[in-house]
Structure formats: C-alpha cells, structure tokens
Design a protein around this ligand. Structure first.
Ligand SMILES: NC(=O)c1ccc[n+]([C@@H]2O[C@H](COP(=O)([O-])OP(=O)(O)OC[C@H]3O[C@@H](n4cnc5c(N)ncnc54)[C@H](OP(=O)(O)O)[C@@H]3O)[C@@H](O)[C@H]2O)c1
Length: 338
C-alpha cells in the first residue's frame, strides 16, 4: 500500500451528504447510526490500493455513511487496516471527526503470547491503547469485545470495557458474536456498573438467520441496538458469482474466509432465485439483501464491506426501498426452503 498517493486531490465532503439517509436510533441510547455502515475488514490491508481505499471511504461519507467499523486485527497483516485508516483520517477526515462514528474491537488473535487475544483485562486495555495510537485518535466511539472468551470471567471482560469508557477511550461499548444468553449476562453486568450495552454485532444475512433464535429479542429487552455483519454473505448474496468466479472477487483473490467451496451449485440456485425477486423489485440482489435486513427495525445498521466505490454507491441505495410485500417475503422463504 502506497500512502504517498498524489493521484486524487484534497477532500471536501459533499454538502448534501445528509439528505438521503434516515438515521436509526441505536437501541435505547441517544446515538443514531446510518442504515448502512462500512467495514474495513477487507480491502484496507497492505496488499490493497490506498487510492481505492480512500475513494471507498470518501464515497461512503459523501453519501451519508457516518459509521466506519474496524478491529485491531483487520489487515492483512493484523493491524494494517487501523494504520490505513489513521492515514485516511489525517489526509481526508480529520475535519469531520465529530461527524463520524468510529469503532474498533479486540478479542481475536492480534499479537503473540497469552495476552494477544480473547477477553482478559490485560488484552483489552493494551489493545485499545494500540488501536488509538495506530488510528491517531483520542477516543473511539464504540469499542467492542469481539468474541466470547470461555476462560475469562465475564465480570473481568465487562469491567475492562467499563474502565475503557471511564478513561474516556471509548464513548460506548458493544459485544460481537455473543449468544443471547451471554449478551443478557454481559448487559446486566455492565448495567450494574452504570454502563449501557450500546450494541451487538452479529453475523446476519438471508442465508444465516441464527440471530432470529433469541438474540434479537434479547437485544430488545436490553435496549441495545444491532449491527449486522456480512450482510451479503461476503459477496455470495450478489449477482457476481452467477456467471463463474470473477478474478477480482474475494473468493478468488483472498480465499482466507471465502472460497469456491462455499459457492456450490445448491447455493447458486438459491442466489439465482433471489436475484429474480430483486429484479422484480427494481433492485440489485445486493440491495435487496441489505433491504431485507433493514425491514426489521431492531437492526440499527447493516455493515457492508466493499471492494470499490461503485459497490459502496450501489449498496447505500438499498435504503431507498426497504419494505417488502407479503408475497415477496413468502417467495424468499420458498427459495430458502427449496
Ligand atoms: N464482528 C465480527 O466478527 C465480524 C466478522 C466479519 C465482518 N465484520 C464486519 O462486517 C464488515 C462487513 O463484512 P463483509 O465484508 O463480510 O460483508 P459483506 O457485505 O457480506 O461482503 C463484502 C464483499 O461483498 C462484495 N460486495 C459488496 N457489495 C457488492 C456489490 N454491490 N456487488 C457485488 N459484490 C459486492 C465485495 O466482495 P469482492 O471483493 O468480491 O468484490 C465485498 O468485499 C467487515 O468489514 C467488518 O467490519 C465483523
């Protein structure tokens, strides 16, 4: 990644950027999030183009996407996305800091040894300090515990989140990949310390609906919001794999988390059917997949990844049409059951 990119000029955000999106309240908090947020898991690492990364975030913000989601280990290598974001903040977004919700996380593998992952106070406090330094920030807006830790008492992990808020290093806290039961316990512990669980970040898309088995109900009880990650099943819920495996697609280019073994004929048959419904609605499949999540008011935001500004633009337009007829919903269920 070449940070000395001179190919695009200075950035002035579009003045009409707040005209299009309806911001959604995050649980019972006072914080509003855009219906579509952008994640930096892929496409912001060392092998990627800095100019492209820069154009992706500019396009997002110009279209009202105020929320950028990171984690300590996004890359590759681990930490690279935060470093890239730090450069982008310096070049383009510093004047807009108060208009942005920036999140990061700790919990997955980050550095060597027993303190480099999971949920000990040691890991979380060291990690937030590292993240703030990499990004050039005084605080993040949301700090998440990235995954449950079977070996650390939840009181310790939540205590670390509380400490991070009290120290002013994060304004709000969230959890990710926690079950309904773990979320309930986490929210109760935080509450006992005077902190509200702001948000949960689970995987949720048309093909993976585990959150419907209790988690979304529990979040409502706890007054917490939800931000759905991998809403396009990493790209499967688009029309891109319908005609083979494009060279520049995640399944071919990266392969760490998505590869051709996930894109079976059975999956493609369903994608084809869903694509037809999307066309009838006047949307692309990507847009319909995002809209399908936003139809539920409990979903505060849908957290997309994109490899180009064009995809960003397409995805953000999903918010223009988020209602579904009963017939459309039934047709979708029929395809999923087939
Ligand atoms: N908390 C967690 O444990 C966790 C886990 C995973 C992700 N996340 C967060 O969620 C974010 C999104 O996850 P994700 O990247 O898996 O999301 P996703 O939106 O399901 O997949 C993103 C990929 O889909 C393809 N795509 C997106 N829009 C498209 C369009 N309009 N047309 C065609 N293809 C399109 C692109 O792949 P190509 O490269 O093939 O173009 C893009 O990189 C991450 O960046 C991260 O912030 C969190």
């Amino acid at each position: 990644m070449d940070f000395n990119d001179q190919s695009i000029g200075n950035y002035n955000a579009k003045s009409n950027r707040y005209h299009e999106l309806n911001y959604r309240k995050c649980g019972n908090s006072g914080l509003f999030l855009p219906p579509i947020s952008i994640g930096l898991w892929h496409n912001f690492g060392h092998p990627d183009s800095f100019t492209n990364a820069r154009q992706i975030l500019r396009t997002a913000f110009d279209n009202g996407v105020t929320h950028f989601d990171l984690a300590n280990n996004y890359g590759p290598p681990f930490g690279a996305a935060e470093e890239t974001f730090g450069r982008l903040l310096e070049k383009d977004f510093r004047p807009y800091r108060d208009e942005l919700i920036i999140s990061t996380k700790a919990g997955y593998d980050m550095w060597a040894g027993p303190y480099g992952n999971f949920g000990s106070r040691k890991h979380l406090i060291a990690s937030i300090d590292k993240s703030l330094k990499s990004m050039g920030l005084d605080y993040v807006d949301i700090f998440y515990h990235h995954r449950p830790d079977p070996n650390t008492p939840l009181e310790e992990t939540m205590g670390a989140l509380e400490q991070i808020v009290r120290q002013g290093k994060a304004l709000y806290v969230g959890v990710s990949n926690y079950s309904a039961e773990q979320t309930k316990e986490a929210a109760q512990i935080l509450k006992s310390m005077g902190i509200q669980l702001l948000i949960h970040q689970p995987r949720y898309n048309i093909f993976d609906r585990q959150v419907e088995n209790g988690l979304l109900d529990e979040l409502e009880v706890q007054g917490a919001g939800a931000i759905a990650f991998s809403p396009l099943a990493q790209g499967i819920l688009t029309d891109k794999y319908l005609k083979g495996l494009p060279e520049n697609s995640r399944a071919v280019k990266d392969g760490r988390y998505l590869n051709k073994t996930h894109i079976t004929d059975e999956v493609l048959a369903k994608v084809k059917g869903l694509n037809e419904i999307a066309k009838e609605r006047g949307q692309s499949l990507a847009q319909m997949a995002i809209a399908w999540l936003l139809k539920d008011e409990r979903i505060t935001s849908v957290l997309v990844g994109v490899s180009s500004p064009k995809q960003m633009l397409e995805n953000v337009k999903a918010a223009e049409q988020i209602s579904f007829t009963k017939t459309e919903l039934k047709q979708i269920e029929t395809i999923l059951d087939s």
